[in-house]
Write a protein that binds this ligand. Structure first.
Ligand code: SF4
Length: 225
């Protein structure tokens, strides 16, 4: 009885979540999957369990933030990137260590992933790179927390101007395609790429074919199928 109510709460929250802007987490992702998200294409719905796990990540982040506050090193928390046309996002914190500023991003991950983690995940690096870019801070730290044991691993990230400019250019190109209703091509690694394995739009992507196509015509085709 109660679990059904909680599940419904999460599913309703997800339903209301319409996309109008890019988030920093979209940077470097498969453009086609981001396009589908903006257009509310039919895809595999997120389950209440996954939505709760994502929520749980926020509590891990709050836990770590309270540790950083206790250490007295936090200069700002929940820092939004300056408003601009393309992307929005919020870094967990900016701290001072040895008189230097660092952007901090906390990531809660499961035990299996944590054990095999020997370098920061590329998606997370893209995200923190954009924070460094917008805050004009040369270094950041990705702090990974094992959600099962609360062990920590950290990776230092140096600002990479070229990478940030590429990420921003890719987002600008995708923004144009969303405006023009052009479904972007599949990513090069399709279908073996890890993004494809976990993609909620796998089925619709398979029907769309390899290259760019018109969204309006394609939508009609799947609606009448
Ligand atoms: S299946 Fe792969 S190529 Fe297709 S939308 Fe998903 S991530 Fe992109």
């Amino acid at each position: 009885m109660l679990s059904e109510l909680i599940d419904k709460f999460y599913l309703d929250k997800e339903k209301d979540h319409e996309r109008h802007r890019f988030y920093v987490t979209d940077a470097g992702k498969c453009p086609r999957s981001v396009f589908y998200k903006f257009k509310n294409a039919p895809g595999k719905d997120m389950t209440p369990e996954i939505l709760r796990l994502l929520d749980h990540g926020d509590y891990i982040q709050m836990h770590m933030m309270s540790n950083l506050f206790s250490l007295g090193i936090v200069r700002a928390s929940e820092v939004r990137i300056p408003p601009q046309e393309i992307v929005s996002g919020r870094a967990d914190a900016i701290v001072t260590l040895d008189n230097e500023l660092y952007v901090i991003d906390v990531k809660g991950i499961n035990s299996n992933t944590f054990k095999t983690l020997v370098e920061a995940k590329p998606d997370n690096v893209n995200q923190i790179q954009l924070y460094l870019h917008f805050f004009k801070i040369p270094r950041g730290i990705l702090l990974y927390v094992n959600k099962n044991t609360l062990e920590l691993k950290e990776f230092l990230v140096d600002y990479d101007k070229d990478r940030c400019e590429n990420l921003m250019a890719e987002l600008a190109a995708l923004k144009a395609k969303i405006g023009q209703n052009i479904i972007p091509a599949r990513i090069g690694g399709y279908p073996g790429d890890y993004q494809c394995r976990y993609c909620q739009f796998k089925e619709v992507c398979q029907i769309s074919g390899q290259g760019e196509i018109d969204w309006g015509a394609f939508r009609k085709k799947i609606e009448t199928a």
